[in-house]
Design a protein around this ligand. Sequence first.
Ligand SMILES: [Zn+2]
Length: 433
Amino acid sequence: MAGIEVSSTIQVIVALIASALYVATYLSFVHLLRFPRNWCSTSLPESLTTGILAALTVALVSLFTDSLDRPALVIMVAFFGVVSYIIAAPAFAFRPASRLVEFLAKHGDYAGLWLFGPAFVVGLAIPNIKLQAVLATAMAIELTWFLRQRWAGRRRPHYLLNDHDLSVLNTQAKGDLVGFRRRHIISELELVKGTVSWRGCGKMTPPCPFNLYVNRLGLNTAPCCREHMKDLTHHVAACLSEMGVVHWLEGGSLLGAVRENGALIDWEDDIDISVLLDHDMTWDQLAAGLVERGARDGYFVDLFEKEGFVSISFDAPKRWPFQWERNRLRGEIRADIAIYRRAISHGEDVLERGSHKGAMPATESGGYGVPREIILPTSTVAFLGGDFACPHQPEAYLRILYGDYSKVEYTYVDVGPANARAEIDAVSDPPVQ
Ligand SMILES: [Zn+2]
């Protein structure tokens, strides 16, 4: 009798260890998702860590001292495959993705709960307490995720759509707003008795998945997201100025400042700012300064040293262990800060970055660069109600990136929605901030 009790206690302890291993695998996996979410290749050491944790979980569940539980092994491998696909879909849907990934991303708040029925049946059919513990843990995590998203989403404030937002929305919906909302699950769009409004995002709500709405559906950036992008731009520029970092508006943000009279491009999906690192401002100093100020002012800072950029997001940092679950969200309001360094290329002084940007030419050392005098010394330009640092020759800089930048190009917007909105954009006045 005592032997049976000891054996049961050991089984329960091992089942708890299996649950803990699943939680560790889950946290490691959601941490890993920051790479596809930021359009980077995944880190090999971090991928290996996640893979080893998953393998240990599977081994612990299916191996016994004298046998192998084959059904449990098959179920665990299949379960990991399906649940990781569901969890990762929103991070991969930041770029155009397969129909299945797009579908799962749309339902990302609750798709994990679809596994509840199969997990319950398997748990009853296979008398393996370790398997039952892992499946129960996984379902508890999915349920908690769903409830937290649902709870946070209740606090979304109302925003009005301006005339241009409405024109673009009606054009893309071909006049059928109800069908368009249902087809694309645009839960932010509120249609009540003929009035159209937007249940917007805030600091503590889930973000609008506006990369989908803007890039795939061809809508204008939502009014809430525009407002938060403005706040974020002011925060980032103020931090960089406070730290004495040489910086300038980059890409679409500079294009908005110059071509759109100081406003965001209507279909803007992020803020771009670049910084110059040298012996006076190293990566470590920049990273420490931005992390400290992000924590102070309530912005989430993510560092990508190898890739040479920092992303700063509008949403408030969450406490451990939930901080990396944000990578399951379908959208975010983000400023991408790209790193430049001084270099010589073909005998010319250039400022060079590691990643491709627009049509910026390649340098001798394998990066991408701009002649130094086009950027330095930086000048200022009016943007979003303030004065921001910009390249010394902003028009020349934009020509390097985009050629004839006065011609509207719907970068990152799918071809069909871009063509649909071209006509109304051509007749509308520049947006006003
Ligand atoms: Zn929003």
